[in-house]
Design a protein around this ligand. Structure first.
Ligand SMILES: Nc1ncnc2c1ncn2[C@@H]1O[C@H](COP(=O)(O)OP(=O)(O)OP(=O)(O)O)[C@@H](O)[C@H]1O
Ligand SMILES: [Mg+2]
Length: 508
């Protein structure tokens, strides 16, 4: 007997399937319901036996859950890249910031993918019926979409073991890249209490700060950038050493030196969300823990002005008599200036905060950065800022000439100018914050060119010099020891200077 060739075999299979389809039409038209149901089931089993292809469905919503399935979202993102190249019917959507458009496959469209030599096809299908108008007598199931993946059964193992992992990983990466980042706050009038869904409220994070526009020494800036990038790529390292994947930054320095700006630049560099934690609005340690649990990965948790947030200053220190006295004096002053209502609201303790940073619960979520900012670093409890908790201490200080050049390039698009020499000379003996330099360089009208703005800065520097000299003379005439540094600092802590930190602090 002659051997059957592959072509003949496929012809036979094809004609069998065609006959099945014809039979099924006949059955549907002429058979009673019970017989039809039985025959259709039997034919489906038979067809599956001959069909060499395997299907996998990924549904948009699973079970009774109202949340969109993570797997579906990952497939959607994964397919958005090759759908735009190969699909013929596409859907257009706006991406984050409404700046970019995203093209993805439309319903019932098919796209193919290739992986390790296997050809894989994806179809976007739909179940249910479109939503009925209000008052309609038909209560149809809501429309639900699903992706159907089809491949030959010989690739079953490879698809299950590698391809699906690959789709999920790439899809998640694309989603992270494309997502609209958010700025969360816990301070919004107990919104969570009403919705019982989340303790955080959010808005799109749109701060434009970048490291390139921050005024500071290039070397130090590079060091911080590298530290951040290294952290974000060190998942395996943290797992290996058995540490939660998180890193603490303490940013300290006088007001207007760029602490908040740097946090925004960090978030933009790493593509992270920002959780701005208002400690005074947190009722107690339990609530603090609840907030922590809700924070997702790839996020920066910020506590601004930690020294003003709560009485977290030096509770663990062993005090000398003199220190205790000073503290009491200072305590009286602070208590007088504090809102008594505010004090009664928050019962977060130092130990609650320490647990928040590196207690057992802090490892949930992973890939997090915690940033504290303060103008009074010397007032903080050493336990709060010790290495391991606040891994990197960064001092942001007055504007240097190098910092000025960054601002001049940024604000005026000027990299060199004859007035730079005067500015450099004046800056040497004067302390001025980057915020004040930025303000002087900001053109106030369309008539103000670069030269005018630089002259404004010279004027500001001269005034600052004069002011410092007058202050010094006044103090000397009063017989008081002149302050070590006179500065142009304005704001919260006009007369206070940040103290140096322990070894390893990065001075900027
Ligand atoms: N190092 C800097 N580089 C560029 N711009 C800066 C820098 N520092 C301050 N500025 C400018 O000054 C403004 C105030 O800065 P920012 O709010 O970051 O200061 P801060 O250190 O957080 O002050 P505070 O201690 O009062 O919170 C910013 O809008 C920014 O434009
Ligand atoms: Mg700030």
């Amino acid at each position: 007997m002659a051997a059957i060739t592959a072509a003949e075999m496929w012809t036979t299979v094809g004609s069998t399937i065609a006959s099945f389809m014809f039979l099924s039409t006949i059955i549907r038209q002429y058979c009673p319901h019970e017989v039809r149901h039985f025959l259709e089931k039997w034919m489906h089993t038979l067809a599956c036996f001959f069909n060499p292809y395997i299907h996998v469905s990924v549904h948009e919503f699973t079970g009774t859950r109202l949340n969109r399935s993570e797997a579906y979202a990952a497939v959607e993102a994964y397919l958005s890249t090759n759908s735009s190249k190969s699909a013929k019917r596409l859907k257009l959507e706006m991406e984050k910031d409404n700046k970019n458009i995203v093209l993805s496959m439309d319903e019932y469209e098919k796209v193919t993918d290739e992986f390790q030599g296997a050809e894989i096809s994806w179809v976007l299908g739909k179940t249910g019926l479109p939503q009925q108008p209000m008052g309609s007598v038909y209560h149809s199931e809501p429309e639900r979409r699903f992706y159907k993946l089809t491949f030959h059964k010989r690739y079953r193992e490879m698809i299950a073991e590698s391809y699906l992992q690959h789709v999920m990983k790439k899809g998640k990466e694309i989603r992270v890249k494309n997502r609209q980042r958010k700025l969360y706050t816990n301070g919004a009038a107990n919104r969570w209490f009403i919705t019982k869904q989340t303790m955080w409220s959010d808005v799109p994070f749109e701060h434009p700060a970048r490291f390139e526009s921050i005024a500071m020494e290039a070397e130090k800036k590079q060091e911080i950038i590298e530290d951040l990038l290294h952290f974000s790529q060190s998942k395996d390292f943290y797992a290996r050493i058995g540490k939660a994947w998180k890193r603490g930054y303490l940013l300290y320095g006088p007001p207007g030196t760029g602490k908040s700006t740097m946090i925004a630049a960090m978030a933009n560099l790493l593509n992270y969300d920002v959780y701005d934690l208002e400690l005074t609005a947190v009722k107690d340690n339990t609530e603090l823990r609840k907030l922590l649990i809700e924070i997702t990965s790839k996020s920066i948790i910020v506590i601004e002005d930690i020294d003003c947030s709560l009485d977290l200053t030096g509770q663990r220190k062993k005090k000398t008599e003199k220190e205790t006295e000073d503290k009491n004096e200072q305590g009286k002053k602070e208590t007088n200036s504090k809102d008594p209502k505010e004090e009664s609201i928050s019962r977060v303790t130092l130990s609650g905060l320490l647990n928040f940073i590196d207690g057992l619960w802090s490892a949930i979520g992973g890939e997090r950065i915690i940033v504290f900012t303060t103008n009074y670093v010397e007032k903080l409890d050493p336990a709060l800022i010790r290495r391991g908790r606040m891994d990197k201490h960064i001092e942001l200080s007055y504007c240097s000439f190098e910092g000025f050049k960054v601002l001049a390039k940024n604000y005026l698009l000027v990299e060199a100018h004859p007035l730079f020499e005067t500015i450099e000379r004046l800056m040497e003996g004067t302390k001025i914050t980057p915020a004040d330099v930025a303000e002087a360089l900001m053109p106030k009208s369309f008539r103000e060119d670069a030269e005018k703005c630089l002259s404004n800065l010279i004027q500001a520097l001269e005034e600052a010099k004069k002011k410092a000299a007058t202050k010094k003379a006044e103090e000397e005439s009063r017989g008081k020891e002149p302050a070590k540094d006179d500065s142009l600092v304005q704001g919260k802590h006009e007369t206070e200077e940040p103290q140096g930190l322990d070894d390893g602090a990065v001075l900027l």
